[in-house]
Design a protein around this ligand. Structure first.
Ligand SMILES: Nc1ncnc2c1ncn2[C@@H]1O[C@H](COP(=O)(O)OP(=O)(O)OP(=O)(O)O)[C@@H](O)[C@H]1O
Ligand SMILES: [Mg+2]
Length: 487
């Protein structure tokens, strides 16, 4: 298990360790930033030596052992790099951080020889609190209590596919997972896209008494409406044109196992009724058949939309909601559990390297890289992190020892927020529609909003919109975005 790699991990805690007893050499040709760095570092208890030129720096290092060298990138030349290489060979624990005023992606142009010796790149002005944490972790100084980094629930380490977390937020969210798994009850898993809903469903299955049975996933949003019924419940031979033979549905395939109903919020209303009946009666009727087929299936449903709101909007049946929401697991978005980010990032990186057949040892993440990763929005959550790390692993030069921010930045996803129905925010007196939203979407938004306002009452909604009930019905029936409302 790729867990014990604390050395490269910066704890995300608010307490700042001191720098007492550390000798830090700062080299910068900008007198002002040199002074500032000196004062702030000394304020944290460090013994600070300063150098304004490369020569000064070499002199200072020849006289003193330093634990950390902070050097402006502008001062780096080949002679200096050569010197530092020797210095580090003699005193391998010394950390060399390059101070840069540039954006990290510009730093990438620096020499390969430089990249091979530096421990990290740090942006000016120096954020000393952050630096102190970075240095304390890298130098293996004792951390403040409460920052243990290897809290991974033992129960989940046995599970394949690996399911990793150590954040308090996830520990809270999954506190009752064992009991939930054992109970055999219906579970509703909620969380943003990519937060790990499916993997949690698999974990529940594997930890449950049904583990030996099948785990059958079905994505209710990805299958055309006309086919979902047959997919779920199966069909008899001749039930419709093309039904040449009897086919089992997912419910039957999942017998004695777990059926995972993904994106349950996308299930059309008429099928919701049928699903409810199946869950209640524990038998299915194949399409075109009238003999009930008994089933023994545990259902886990997942949703990224707020089902309570969907119920209010008339898009989801309240009775089905209560039938599914027996036990609940809500996965927090990745941005609310930064402690999990470096753990997952390393895991995905190593997995990608292993898949590519690259021999170990694998490069480590520099502290600044971890800081960057921990502060990105991750709208696509764990999946987005996995994709980014896979791209990084694919494109990183083979001899890279450390992964710096500039290795990551080119591979981030662009979050071009396309205005969409989801980008709309309901505010106190009205709703905000982003400029540039296409007109047909604006119309759908207004219709949805009117239906929300009137609790799904179409006559009232039509009045509110100043159109006839018939027009509203037609719009609901023909607009793809509103299609589901009309069922
Ligand atoms: N805690 C975790 N440990 C390891 N891998 C994880 C974890 N959480 C998610 N993943 C991985 O991230 C990817 C996305 O997870 P998953 O498919 O479970 O998300 P989801 O919530 O179902 O997303 P969507 O709503 O888009 O369907 C998968 O490859 C999954 O294996
Ligand atoms: Mg999913």
């Amino acid at each position: 298990m790729p867990i014990k790699r604390d050395a490269a991990i910066v704890p995300s805690m608010s307490e700042v360790p001191g720098l007492d007893g550390l000798t830090i050499v700062v080299a910068d040709d900008n007198p002002l930033s040199l002074r500032m760095a000196e004062e702030t570092l000394a304020g944290f208890g460090a013994r600070v030596r300063t150098a304004a030129t490369t020569r000064d720096l070499l002199w200072t290092l020849a006289r003193e052992r330093a634990q950390v060298v902070l050097m402006s990138i502008g001062l780096v030349d080949e002679q200096c790099i050569e010197f530092i290489r020797h210095y580090k060979a003699a005193s391998p624990d010394t950390l060399l951080y390059l101070l840069t005023e540039e954006d990290y992606d510009l730093v990438e142009t620096s020499l390969d020889a430089v990249k091979a010796v530096v421990d990290d790149y740090v942006r000016k002005p120096l954020d000393v609190a952050r630096f102190a944490r970075m240095a304390a972790t890298s130098l293996g100084r004792p951390r403040t209590p409460g920052t243990a980094l290897t809290v991974v629930e033992p129960l989940v380490t046995q599970v394949k596919p690996y399911f990793l977390f150590r954040s308090q937020a996830m520990q809270r969210a999954l506190a009752n997972l064992q009991e939930i798994a054992a109970s055999g009850q219906t579970v509703l898993v909620s969380g943003e896209t990519g937060a790990g809903k499916e993997i949690v469903a698999r974990v529940i299955h594997v930890m449950s008494p049904r583990a030996a049975g099948p785990f059958v996933p079905i994505n209710c949003g990805a299958i055309p409406e006309s086919l979902i019924e047959g997919e779920l419940f199966g069909h008899e031979k001749g039930a419709f044109t093309g039904a040449h033979r009897t086919r089992k549905g997912k419910f039957e395939s999942a017998n004695n196992g777990t059926l995972f109903l993904d994106e349950i919020g996308d299930m059309p209303l008429n099928l919701q009724v049928r699903l409810l009946r199946v869950l209640e009666e524990r038998k299915v009727y194949r399409v075109g058949g009238d003999a009930p087929v008994p089933i023994n299936v545990r259902v886990i449903a997942a949703t990224r939309v707020d089902l309570v709101k969907a119920v209010r909007d008339g898009l989801f049946r309240e009775d089905l909601y209560y039938r599914l929401n027996v036990l609940r697991v809500h996965l927090p978005p990745l941005s609310e559990r930064p402690e999990d980010i470096s753990l997952l990032a390393l895991h995905f990186l190593e997995r990608a390297f292993a898949e590519m057949g690259r021999p170990a040892p694998y490069p480590v993440l520099s502290p600044e890289t971890i800081y960057l990763l921990e502060h990105l929005p991750w709208k696509g959550n764990v999946r987005e992190l996995r994709n980014v790390m896979t791209r990084v692993a694919t494109f990183i030069p083979p001899d890279t020892r450390r992964i710096f921010p500039f290795h990551i930045l080119p591979h981030l996803e662009e979050h071009s927020e396309t205005p969409s129905v989801r980008a709309v925010t309901s505010g106190g007196d009205g709703i905000v529609i982003p400029a540039g939203t296409p007109l047909d979407q604006v119309e759908s938004i207004m219709i949805k909003e009117a239906l929300r306002e009137t609790g799904g009452n179409r006559s009232k909604a039509a009045k509110l919109l100043g159109i006839s009930l018939r027009t509203l019905r037609r719009k609901l029936a023909t607009s793809p975005q509103l299609g589901q409302i009309d069922r």
